[in-house]
Design a protein around this ligand. Structure first.
Ligand code: GTP
Ligand code: NA
Ligand code: MG
Length: 452
């Protein structure tokens, strides 16, 4: 960790995309190669996040990256397992991620969660590149382990290359339908106005050097001024998940995007009902090279500096919310920080109407995304909250005047057993899905049927 006030912060790179398009494999590739090369100490793996230092990036990218050209410390990758998690990637005033990689399976093309990822990237104004993954599955492909994509393309038959190109042009077309001008990354001059497409294979590693190069270039060119923030200041982060850990009770998996957090710090965390004020008991990180999701043993560290993933153990975290802010109290009074957290939570507060539907979602970010989608569809909201569907929600939905509003829309949430009973005996309809636009569509179809 560094607490040098002039140090540049590691850019946060979110890896997004449809289920099984290869996000985790891509990160494993980046992480794994570094491990293979015996660089266990050079790669820091955090909760939900993998910090890849500049030396590792430059070794993986080979001739494509000269470390002397960069003064960023590396890249912090955030894996997003499934759709729901990336909508927690919010930070004050926008996106937690500085840039994003949208992973698309070249054969599968755009899929529902690709579109949802694009919607969120557009709304938050997050610059992104497209990783056109699984090029090795192109019929007749001649794999070139770990090579830059140009080298790999030179080794392909005309037939294989043109088959790949067909798929890539389809991606360019899909992006254009979404309002983005896109091209093969090596033809992109202006990465601010154009989306670069990097053909690659997470499996064979070809094209991965190119992706790292583009990400470093993007970060350096467009984000450097934002990166040089007060890395020694009070820690500011976002909760990714609230998890029970044996011996610690409820803990937070968080990404710190600014400043430093230390054991013993007083922190303020966005809670279900009110900001939670508590004291950091322990800061935990998985052992080097351990897969964070399966890791059982964590190493206690005295402090963590942004940008980083960290597990925070502290009392009273049961009601903390995924997607909510975490703030260290330092330089400001506790009251001031609580007020700031309240204000930040209010930013996300959904506009409600006298009559409307009840919305439940798994995280603050997904609640926000749901509210946006419903607003666009001109569907009023009576109440919107984070959490599983409880009997109380059924009772609230029952109070709606219009039949079309006696509805609960549940995004990525469970129905509590006693709420199930309530649903059966009431005239409240439940719609549940884990793709936002499908949920909205299902509801709209229901309304159409009622009104027919
Ligand atoms: P979720 O986390 O479930 O959303 O999926 P993901 O996007 O992380 O995909 P994951 O990395 O789990 O990969 C899904 C499957 O695709 C696995 O079987 C991978 O081995 C395979 N896969 C990923 N990348 C490649 C690739 O470049 N080539 C080939 N042939 N298979 C790949
Ligand atoms: Na998967
Ligand atoms: Mg995955």
């Amino acid at each position: 960790t560094t607490t040098d006030a002039d140090a540049l912060r590691t850019p946060i790179v979110a890896v997004l995309g449809h289920v099984d398009h290869g996000k985790t494999t891509l990160l494993d590739r980046i992480r794994g190669s570094a491990v293979q090369e015996g660089e266990a100490g050079a790669i820091t793996q955090h909760i939900g996040a993998t910090a890849v230092p500049l030396e590792t990036v430059s070794e993986m990218a080979g001739a494509l990256v000269d470390p002397d050209d960069f003064d960023l410390p590396g890249l912090l990758f955030i894996d997003t397992p499934g759709h729901h998690s990336f909508s927690t990637l919010r930070a004050r005033g926008g996106a937690l991620a500085d840039i994003a990689v949208l992973v698309v399976d070249v054969n599968d093309g755009f899929q529902p969660q690709t579109e949802e990822a694009i919607d969120i990237l557009r709304r938050t104004g997050t610059p992104f590149v497209v990783a056109a993954n699984k090029v090795d599955t192109t019929p007749g492909w001649n794999p070139q382990e770990g090579e830059p994509i140009q080298r790999s393309l030179e080794a392909q038959s005309d037939r294989a290359e043109s088959r790949l190109n067909e798929n890539l042009y389809e991606l360019i077309g899909d992006l254009s339908d979404e309002g983005f001008s896109a091209d093969f990354y090596w033809r992109v001059q202006d990465f601010q106005g154009n989306i670069g497409i990097v053909p690659l294979s997470a499996m064979t590693g070809e094209g991965v050097p190119d992706l790292l190069t583009v990400l470093m270039g993007l970060s350096q060119r467009f984000l450097k001024s934002e990166m040089s923030i007060d890395v020694a200041g009070p820690g500011r982060g976002t909760v990714l998940e609230v998890k029970e850990e044996r011996g610690f009770g409820a803990t937070l998996d968080a990404v710190l995007y600014d400043g430093v957090i230390r054991t013993g710090d007083t922190i303020v965390v966005g809670g279900q009902y009110d900001p939670i004020v508590t004291e950091v008991r322990a800061l935990l990180q998985p052992r080097p090279n351990a897969e964070m999701r399966t890791e059982k043993r964590f190493e206690k560290v005295p402090e963590v500096a942004a940008a980083a993933g960290v597990k925070i153990a502290a009392p009273d975290l049961d009601e903390a919310m995924a997607g909510a802010p975490v703030r260290v109290v330092r330089d400001q009074t506790e009251e001031e920080v609580v007020a700031e957290v309240r204000e930040e939570l209010a930013e996300i507060e959904v506009e409600t109407a006298e009559d409307g539907v009840v919305v439940k979602a798994d995280t603050l970010g997904s609640l926000e995304a749901m509210a946006n989608a419903l607003e666009e569809a001109e569907i009023p909201i009576l109440r919107a909250e984070v959490g599983d569907i409880a009997p109380r929600d059924v009772a609230v939905a029952e109070t709606a005047n219009e039949e079309t509003h006696r509805v609960i829309l549940g995004f990525n949430v469970d129905v509590l057993a006693n709420a199930e009973e309530e649903l059966e005996t009431s005239d409240v309809r439940l719609f549940a899905d884990d793709v936002i636009y499908q949920l909205v569509e299902e509801y709209e179809e229901y309304v159409d049927d009622l009104q027919r």
